[in-house]
Design a protein around this ligand. Structure first.
Ligand code: PMP
Length: 304
């Protein structure tokens, strides 16, 4: 299990991990009525910087609103708790922060309203690379990304991740590091926990949100960074065969950061190594999160 830091935040207070418990009648365990965020903080030998905290807190509240699940703390209180969990644990290492809230003891009732009881918690653990920065293999699987006709893809909620789990299981069984999901029209949507970009003729292309892809905060960062570097970015449909003939492919996400895909469906992408645009975006992203690029310092919240 994860090396979770000693202090966690639970319903407004700091406590220890062993004391943060919920009953087996917790609604979220039965129906997936939980909302979560994944945030990274980066230690640069000087300070700990939380990346795009405000954007994460905003999405955190919005996700629950699709289902009238109440977050009974202000954005300021949540932000303070996220900063606080780092301070309280005296974290001086890059880490992952997981805030979540969920419908609590609400029986078997499917009629969830604002009045349903909710619990909120935050924990953190030291975290390095999720995937090799030298690149990974991926394959388009048979499971489609669930469509907006069934569930809201922009709600970052527990239940939605069953789709990610089954796609990941299939990809691993097929010998790939990661799955790529097509949307209901057969165009590329995203990976189980990352957005996708392709590079073609020095330009970036990423599927639109109408492909049921999550509005990723890293995706948004890459779009802004590329524009500032005068690299064209287009949000448009990508067909499955366009993937295999693209010059470069990379994934973006809080956990995955910028991860190159060097082989797709068993076929080499480019020369089978991370491409030069991908490497440029990786370098830029690392500099930004480490507070080495002052043009983006408003994306960082210093903990100390
Ligand atoms: N898509 C899905 C399905 C995800 O779970 C994530 C991770 N939150 C992403 C994309 C990437 O989003 P972000 O850059 O905000 O972490």
């Amino acid at each position: 299990s994860l090396p979770i830091s000693k202090y966690v935040w639970f319903d407004g207070k700091f406590t220890t991990l062993d004391k943060a418990k919920v009953p087996i009648t917790t609604h979220a365990i039965h129906y997936g009525t939980s909302v979560f965020e994944g945030i990274r903080a980066y230690w640069n030998e000087n300070n700990l910087f939380i990346f795009r905290l405000d954007e994460h807190v905003k999405r955190f509240r919005k996700s629950g609103q699709f289902y009238n699940i109440s977050l009974n703390f202000s954005d300021q209180a949540i932000s303070n708790a996220i900063i606080g969990i780092c301070e309280k644990n005296k974290i001086k290492k890059s880490c992952y922060i997981r805030p979540f809230y969920f419908v609590g003891d609400y029986g078997i009732n499917l009629h969830v309203t604002e009045k349903a009881p909710t619990n909120v918690a935050i924990f953190t653990f030291p975290f390095g690379d999720l995937f090799s920065k030298n690149g990974i293999t991926a394959g388009v699987g048979s499971w489609r990304k669930f469509s907006d006709m069934s569930n809201p893809p922009q709600a970052k909620m527990g239940g939605n991740y069953l789709n990610s789990i089954i796609a990941t299981q299939e990809a691993k069984r097929s010998g790939y590091d990661e799955a790529i999901l097509l949307d209901h029209n057969g165009n590329v949507s995203e990976a189980p926990g990352e957005n996708i970009f392709i590079v073609r003729e020095e330009q970036l292309i990423t599927p639109p949100l109408s492909s049921s892809a999550l509005n990723g905060i890293t995706r948004d960062a890459i779009i802004k960074i590329a524009k500032n570097l005068n690299i064209d970015v287009t949000e448009t449909e990508i067909s499955r065969s366009e993937l295999v003939i693209s010059d470069e492919i990379f994934l973006t996400g809080t956990a995955a950061e910028i991860t190159p895909i060097i082989s797709m469906n068993g076929k080499k992408i480019g020369d089978g190594k991370p491409g030069h645009i991908t490497k440029k975006m990786m370098k830029e992203y690392t500099d930004i999160v480490m507070n080495k690029n002052q043009n983006y310092s408003d994306w960082l919240t210093a903990v100390y």
